[in-house]
Design a protein around this ligand. Structure first.
Ligand code: GLY
Ligand code: MN
Ligand code: MN
Length: 441
């Protein structure tokens, strides 16, 4: 092994380009690389490739622009690649030769980016729609605006040129929603490294442990085991910090008797894992903590068990919500018949988020959750999280008044990453137990 990761296999790229080109008709899809971003004046942030460009081309370098079209039903890829620049390379390292980049990606045409203002207008003039994400790249967008203007100007005479601008997600989101075997393998790797990080963190749990130290232990595994690092800001939330859903300060010391909610995931080759476990820092629950935890774990289990092709993502959520609602009745926080309470969404003050989101190159991955009010039906190859929670922060306390007092400040979430398989599900993170913490007997 000379490198951390193998490149995306060319046959995979070809299959994706084929699938993306098929619905393009006479349109052209323009995907620019993500911009280089800065922090604290002139310090570059670690570069994160654009997910769509990576999915289509496997490229992770800045500066590239890919244009996909369909010619006689086959994908036709034009690539604009920055020319080599010895001055720049002194600082940032050697860039591959543009020819090598073109070959790696299977480009049909290769141009230096300096030729874009000359070549791209010609491509656009032959296209009836332009698939481009607006609001990110002014110089590209100005070429598109010019092409639209030209097209409108001569439209009555020749009827050529673009008249429509469409977001590339219109085509790519659906394709990215069903993961190919290469992608599933990457998510598996991200999940495996994530679980190793959680196991290392578990060894450090003790009253008085700082949140930041637990974060450091996790993230050192995420990178040290060959991952890209964290896929999103790690949440290490002790005590009532667990009620802040995207808490990221990680600057408190866990007190004895606290729960610590840890929501973190490694990325591998840009693919994310997204796992949550909630631990009693002293390895022993109080009766209230144990009771709340049990309900969340059973909701997690019920939701995972509901996953199979043909089930909707809403049904997975309802499976979790039903168990959470039953649990809230058992805990004395809701009163009434479960079915009616589920219908009224009585759980919302305590479980205010959805059970699932898609997972892939983006931690909250692309893909519609429904259309025209109808929930999305699961298909093999989709990957989703299952992450029920119960939180007794200020909002929940208002809702349940003094009844919730004994639970005040508790927050529990448990999150797994689940692959939809032809006959059901595979829990990619299920090897990390949710059970086993001591409950008072
Ligand atoms: N880590 C963010 C989420 O679970 O959605
Ligand atoms: Mn998460
Ligand atoms: Mn999540």
């Amino acid at each position: 092994m000379t490198h951390r990761l193998d490149p995306v296999p060319p046959e995979r790229l070809r299959a994706r380009q084929q699938a993306a080109a098929a619905p393009l008709g006479s349109g052209a899809m323009i995907l620019p690389a993500a911009p280089v971003q800065y922090r604290s004046h002139d310090t570059e942030r670690p570069y994160r490739a654009d997910s769509e460009l990576f999915w289509l081309t496997g490229l992770t370098a800045p500066g590239v622009v890919a244009v996909l079209r369909a010619e006689a039903g086959e994908p036709h890829l034009t690539l604009f690649v920055p020319p080599r620049d010895p001055k720049e390379e002194l600082w940032s390292g050697p860039r591959p030769d543009p020819e090598a980049v073109g070959e790696q990606v299977g480009a049909d045409q290769l141009h230096p980016t300096t030729a874009m203002s000359e070549v791209l207008p010609k491509i656009l003039d032959e296209s009836d729609s332009v698939y481009i994400r607006l609001g990110g790249n002014e110089s590209l967008e100005s070429l598109v605006v010019e092409a639209l203007r030209r097209s409108r100007g001569r439209g009555q005479r020749r009827g050529t040129g673009p008249r429509r601008v469409v977001d590339p997600g219109e085509i790519l989101d659906e394709l990215r929603l069903r993961k190919d075997p290469y992608e599933v393998e990457r998510i598996r790797q991200a999940a495996a490294i994530t679980l190793r990080g959680f196991r290392a963190l578990e060894a450090e749990l003790a009253p008085g442990v700082p949140e930041w130290r637990l974060q450091a232990v996790l993230e050192s595994v995420f990178r040290g085991e060959g991952g890209d690092g964290p896929a999103y800001p790690s949440i290490v939330a002790s005590g009532s910090n667990a009620c802040v859903l995207h808490y990221a300060a990680n600057d408190r010391v866990a007190g004895p008797g606290d729960l610590v909610l840890v929501d973190a995931g490694a990325a591998v080759g840009l693919y994310a894992a997204d796992v949550t476990r909630t631990y009693p820092v002293s390895r022993r629950f109080t009766p209230e903590q144990g009771a709340v935890y049990e309900v969340v774990d059973q909701a997690r289990h019920a939701a995972v068990e509901a996953i199979r092709p043909g089930t909707s993502i809403e049904e997975v959520h309802v499976a979790a919500v039903t168990r959470i609602t039953e649990g809230l009745v058992e805990l004395g926080l809701l009163e009434g018949e479960v079915e009616g309470l589920v219908e009224q969404e009585a759980h919302k003050p305590f479980f205010p988020h959805q059970t699932s989101h898609w997972l892939g190159l983006d931690v909250h991955d692309v893909g519609a959750y429904g259309r025209a009010g109808v929930s999305r039906v699961l298909e093999p190859g989709m990957v989703l999280t299952v992450e029920p929670g119960l939180y007794f922060g200020a909002g929940a306390m208002d809702a349940a008044a003094e009844k919730a007092g004994r639970y005040a400040g508790l927050g529990v979430r448990l999150e797994d990453d689940v692959l939809v398989t032809p006959d059901g599900w595979e829990n990619l993170t299920g090897a990390l137990p949710t059970a086993g913490w001591v409950q008072p007997g």
